[in-house]
Ligand binder design. Structure first.
Ligand SMILES: C[S@@+](CC[C@H](N)C(=O)[O-])C[C@H]1O[C@@H](n2cnc3c(N)ncnc32)[C@H](O)[C@@H]1O
Length: 391
């Protein structure tokens, strides 16, 4: 079993939770500032890019080939390059990344880049450094310069116990995410701004250690980002929305996804019009594994709402959430997991979270397993991601 470091995305706790859900807690070796180190099964190692493509919260995956003390790093990198590049031809794109250091050690990067260029030269290879000004290379630069295919991205990963050295073996496919986000046939700026990466994280939190027969349901599907990402992961999906236009948008987007991405397991989808407060067994006959939904977040806002407006929005949303959660409780089996978003409001660094949701959830028959905040700098309305199970 080899060790792999997963570089965590912006919301570290949420990204780690996704990994724990997909890979299992028992396989976690350690967690540091930027990375989580896991043991992987052979089947996962074999399909490492498809594992990466299923993880919205992981920036890249690094295969660890050695642990070291600081004074051994240079020799280990030399050994790695000599061993792995002796039979290579053509120009090599080369980059270095230091992880888990708040201010990456520029002197170390500079020394390693210079010595590595020399080693590659001795092997008869011209190389291009992707790093700029001896800082870390941005993952998007590694992706665009196709460093994994055309050379190597070496990672020096600091941890409390040791220094891990590894090479990047998979990286977030930014073009594919942006295609699904910006080039799907139907978008609606007022309704659907859920990033596909976040939809993936939410689905992974709802389906621990991915089961084969999985059906997920989004009762507020909007333009269909969650159904689309569910299909891409190979799950059957059901979606509904109160607005017929959204039903049509999601249907068209899901058709597009299947045609263009050909997901594994040939998953199916069904989308229908419905007010989530009035769900019946006739409308939802399937055995649902998980409910994953952004939910309704309240009216679109252009400025920070006054306290009375916030209270009004929270009151209306409480009524909606209580009703649909109760309906779902009656119609699903006891192992159901729900991952949903709760509205919050953000002003500068202060966040007002959804009030009294714990009481509401308990009253509807659920326990809150975890909550993660997902806010962005420029947003007034933020999402808290909540995981619920049935009591
Ligand atoms: C924030 S949007 C969801 C966006 C979605 N995640 C997407 O990918 O586009 C909320 C959606 O909830 C729907 N909605 C609002 N109230 C509803 C209700 N009572 N029942 C069902 N859908 C509702 C709206 O029509 C809207 O499409």
């Amino acid at each position: 079993m080899n060790l792999y470091a997963f570089e965590l995305g912006r919301k570290k706790e949420l990204c780690l939770a996704e990994l724990l859900s997909v890979l299992g807690e028992k396989n976690l070796l350690e967690k540091n500032m930027d990375t989580a180190i896991f043991k992987l099964k052979e089947s996962q190692e074999k399909n490492i890019q498809s594992l990466q493509d299923s993880l919205g919260g992981t920036i890249k995956i690094v295969k660890i080939f050695k642990t070291a003390q600081k004074n051994q790093i240079k020799d280990i990198v030399k050994e790695y390059l000599e061993e792995n590049f002796k039979d290579r031809t053509g120009k090599i794109n080369f980059s270095l990344t230091i992880l888990n250091q708040k201010f990456p050690d520029k002197i170390l990067i500079k020394n390693l880049l210079i010595s590595s260029k020399k080693i590659l030269k001795e092997l008869g290879l011209n190389s291009r450094f992707v790093n700029q000004n001896f800082g870390n290379t941005k993952p998007s630069t590694i992706y665009k310069a196709r460093v994994i295919e055309k050379g190597v991205d070496i990672n020096i990963i600091y941890s409390d116990k040791t220094i891990y050295i590894g090479n990047t073996v998979a990286i977030q496919d930014i073009d594919s995410y942006s295609l699904r986000d910006f080039n799907r046939p139907k978008r609606d700026a007022l309704v659907g701004m859920l990033p596909p990466k976040l939809a993936q994280v939410m689905i992974n939190l709802a389906v621990p250690e991915a089961k084969d027969k999985t059906t997920i349901y989004d009762p507020f599907c909007g333009t269909g980002v969650i159904p689309m990402e569910g299909l891409l992961l190979g799950y059957d999906v059901i979606g509904s929305d109160i607005d017929q236009r959204m039903v049509e948008y999601t249907t068209e987007n899901c058709d597009w996804l299947i045609k263009n991405f050909r997901p594994k397991n040939s998953p199916s989808f069904r989308i229908f019009k419905n007010d989530a407060k009035f769900l019946t067994k006739n409308l939802l006959p399937e055995n649902i594994t998980a409910i994953v939904t952004e939910g309704y977040l309240g009216p679109a806002l252009t400025k920070y709402p006054l306290e009375e407006e916030q209270e009004k929005i929270f009151r209306e949303l409480s009524n909606l959430h209580l009703n649909w959660l109760k309906q779902v409780h009656e119609l699903t089996n006891k192992n159901l997991r729900i991952v949903m978003c709760l509205t919050g409001f953000k002003k500068n660094t202060s966040i007002t979270h959804f009030p009294r949701f714990k009481e509401l959830a308990t009253f509807a028959g659920y326990k809150i397993e975890d909550t993660y905040s997902y806010d962005r700098e420029d947003q007034i309305v933020i999402r808290d991601i909540v995981i619920l199970t049935k009591i």
